[in-house]
Design a protein. Sequence first.
Length: 286
Amino acid sequence: MDTTIMYGLPAANHIRNELQQTVTELKDQRITPKISVVIIGDHPASQTYVRIKKKAAEKIGMEADIIQRESTITQDELLRIIDHLNHDPNTHGILVQLPLPEQINDHAILERISPEKDVDGFHPINMGRLAVGEDAFYPCTPFGIMKLLDFYGIDVARQHVVIVGRSHIVGKPVGQMMLNQDATVTYCHSKTEDLSYYTSQADILIVAVGRAHLIGQQDVKKGAVVVDVGNSFQPSGEVLGDVNFDDLQQHASFITPVPKGVGPMTITMLLYNTVKAAKRLMNEGD
Ligand SMILES: Nc1nc2c(c(=O)[nH]1)N[C@@H](CN(C=O)c1ccc(C(=O)N[C@@H](CCC(=O)O)C(=O)O)cc1)CN2
């Protein structure tokens, strides 16, 4: 079977070029979209992602601030940083890089971010808006998956989408986005018995659990579309997906690689959400 590899960069660049144009127009109105990224501690992967976000934002003419604090920070101190950013008129988007140290309650932090600046789309108000099919800031990885499928001409309506993983960041919201676009959705997770029974029925399979090579050819229907959201870092420095790519290359009709598949889309949709937040501000002034 001819398998199309769904690289993220062509889709990401297409969106980033459009965003760059919008940023230029906003700057003509004296608005420079700005994201403030809060990072706690020295988790190496998080440090890398935050650097990539800043570089990508600046490349399209946005501003990006990184607010770095020690891993010993208290929850109250972190809440105060968020309050400050909520009131900063120059910050359009706020992102707190996850994971956070264990003394911090993630929910308390994410709920403190103003829903209008919640460019990660993790605030319950944005999650709720997504669930009822309203306009919202959609979480960046699921949003990126939808845009990536669209870029490669895949219509999800009436398709059976099986999602492995039920995290707030990827699994749950991507299922809701699929439902909103008329897909039939099945969720699988760590307690699902006979995972393969479900995954092998998928027209579109999305795997987001962070377990290297969990899914192989035996788990996938021939000709299915496979989206791999896994990023497992190996001691060698290699990053592996949740799907055994080599095993599926002649078996799936479309498949994302890891790296360079969904990853670049996550960053792009963060830029998209921040520009959207800045545009809303401009429209409020009308
Ligand atoms: N506040 C948030 N925290 C986290 C999120 C998030 O969306 N918001 N998601 C992940 C980390 N993440 C972005 O923050 C992210 C993860 C992976 C990639 C990526 O491009 N991965 C590469 C592979 C890794 C590599 O080569 O270094 C790829 O798939 O091509 C981007 C962003 C958790 N935290």
